[in-house]
Write a protein that binds this ligand. Structure first.
Ligand SMILES: [Fe+2]
Length: 271
């Protein structure tokens, strides 16, 4: 195509990728072009709206730094993270289901002995012992499984959002022994709003959406020979379980956190 026509444009852009020898890149980018063009046509997007979209994405990038990931928040709040999760972790076999990682994971949390607390000197909150086993699909214990856990303080903030908390507060890594059991002490998680001081918060407000996530404890559970699982345990009874701002709740992950105790067995899928 040498001259523009609305009908021919989409295929012309896709044809221009023919020389790319990365078949997967061609497939993904062609779908991207097709869906974007269709979106523009479906809503008859105005020039002002397209400029607003570009400014919004620019602001989203500008809000990111080494502690703040506004694009993950955008992906999470639009349900894209959970759709990527859904198509990649179909688990009919009863293995522990996955959910969003969220924007607040950091590597390098301290390795702690079983039974240790991740809460340090954190004020407030309800002390809770979290325990259970890491097992395979047959219920056999998995030795040397690593549980990387993180959560907010009772004020609703992760350490990386809150200068009053020490580095790696409410984060820790635990390793199972031969019997596959784990246990650690923490504070009962609380529901909290995702950050609303950036472009994603403004978007939620404009859409009439609340920013809250139901109370949860984050986990990445991994072991040699098994697929790692990135997941949460949600607190049963939380008022936001049905309206999680990032659509992350799965029934199998809702757990009792009563009388200072929570118990959950993680089932990993062999690779
Ligand atoms: Fe979280």
């Amino acid at each position: 195509m040498t001259r523009f026509s609305e009908d021919a444009l989409t295929e012309a852009v896709i044809a221009r990728m023919a020389a790319c020898d990365n078949a997967r890149l061609r497939l993904v980018l062609a779908a991207c072009v097709r869906h974007l063009h269709a979106l523009v046509q479906e809503v008859k997007l105005t020039e002002a709206e397209w400029l607003q979209a570009i400014e919004f994405l620019t602001a989203t990038g500008q809000k990111c730094d080494e502690r703040r990931q506004e694009f993950i928040l955008l992906s999470d709040t639009l349900g894209v993270s959970m759709m990527v999760d859904a198509v990649n972790h179909r688990k009919p076999g009863g293995e522990t289901e996955s959910t969003v990682m969220g924007p607040f994971y950091v590597t390098g949390a301290p390795d702690l002995p079983m039974g240790a607390t991740i809460a340090g000197q954190t004020d407030g909150g309800e002390p809770t012992l979290v325990s259970g086993r890491v097992v395979d699909g047959e219920g056999q214990p998995i030795e040397a499984a690593v549980l990387d856990v993180w959560q907010t303080a009772p004020n609703g903030f992760y350490d990386v959002q809150d200068p009053s908390q020490p580095e790696f507060n409410l984060r820790g890594r635990f390793r199972t022994g031969a019997d596959g059991t784990y246990s650690f002490r923490t504070l009962k998680p609380v529901s909290y709003p995702v950050p609303t001081d950036g472009p994603v918060g403004k978007m939620l407000l404009a859409l009439g959406r609340h920013p809250y996530r139901p109370a949860h404890l984050h986990f990445i559970v991994s072991a040699p020979g098994f697929e790692p699982v990135t997941t949460h345990l949600f607190v049963k009874g939380d008022p936001y379980l049905d309206s999680d701002a990032v659509f992350g709740v799965k029934d199998s992950l809702v757990t009792d956190f009563e009388h200072g105790l929570a118990s959950y067995d993680f089932v990993l899928k062999a690779v």
